[in-house]
Design a binder for this molecule. Structure first.
Ligand code: ADP
Ligand code: ADP
Length: 238
């Protein structure tokens, strides 16, 4: 289980010295093991900030984050576990795959440079297994830029899965794909993470996408939680 407790986030003042409005206001959420959980809301409502705080790439100004019983962030206790020790996979829009590396090396990256150290034979087996999960086992030796957009997103997904995370964070991973491919990849993505039993936190501003994929949806506005429920519950409310 993933718990966010009373997260508050205010970014530092901008160049003109003005303190911006808070990006997150007293946000609390409990996300169950294996749940496909979506953060939905308009641009600027705090979706990415929430994800970055879970990832450890940003820290809340105050609050607590607990993953599977382990406190990974607590402002009061000065706890801030670094991103690579939180057992997460991530696919962010800005987290492009590396063009100078092959598909294999892109996926192997977290194993080679992450914590723990993975023996060479294990790296190979795990990378090929992750590529097989996304249907790219025959593409291992290709330079990454020679793949289509959809294939590149599959590489990013394989890379996020290679460490066998218990939680993956997906920030609008399909937004750069054309509409038809996006529809098919929605299904593929949801089936994949569900079959692996991974808790998924999915960020989108697309209501249709959220309603079609999610177990539960949190609707944010101006950093506040305004609705929380299953797609049915969210859809029925005004
Ligand atoms: P969303 O992902 O829903 O579009 P964000 O979490 O990116 O929303 O942004 C929430 C608010 O925080 C916005 O007002 C945005 O301008 C601000 N913000 C986001 N990232 C930063 C940053 N790195 N520095 C300063 N302000 C930021
Ligand atoms: P092959 O490159 O094995 O002869 P194709 O030309 O049918 O086979 O391409 C298969 C896949 O390779 C395509 O789906 C595409 O994503 C990717 N691809 C596209 N352009 C190139 C390229 N210049 N070099 C290598 N692979 C490419």
């Amino acid at each position: 289980m993933l718990s966010l407790e009373n997260l508050q986030k205010t970014y530092p003042p901008t160049g003109d010295g003005e303190t911006p409005p808070p990006a997150l206001v007293d946000l609390s959420l409990e996300i169950a093991q294996g749940e496909f959980f979506t953060l939905l809301g308009p641009s600027g409502c705090g979706k990415s900030t929430t994800l970055q705080c879970i990832a450890g790439l940003e820290h809340p100004t105050s609050g607590r984050i607990i993953m599977d019983g382990r406190t990974v962030f607590c402002s009061d206790a000065n706890i801030a576990v670094p991103p690579n020790r939180r057992g997460l996979g991530m696919v962010f829009q800005s987290y492009a795959i590396w063009p100078h590396l092959t598909v294999f090396e892109n996926v192997a990256f977290p194993l080679r440079y992450g914590p723990g150290g993975t023996a060479r034979g294990d790296v190979r087996a795990r990378v090929l297994a992750a590529l097989a999960r996304v249907g790219l086992q025959d593409f291992a030796d290709r330079p990454a830029p020679y793949l289509s957009g959809g294939q590149q997103q599959r590489v990013a997904l394989a890379r996020s899965l290679v460490n066998e995370p218990s939680i993956i964070l997906l920030d609008e991973p399909l937004s750069n794909l054309d509409a038809k491919l996006r529809d098919s990849m929605r299904v593929e993505l949801r089936d994949l993470v569900k079959s692996l039993g991974i808790t998924t936190i999915y960020v989108t501003h697309d209501q249709t996408e959220a309603l079609s994929m999610s177990d539960r949806i949190a609707l944010l506005n101006k950093g506040r939680l305004v609705q929380l429920g299953t797609p049915d519950e969210i859809y029925k409310r005004p």
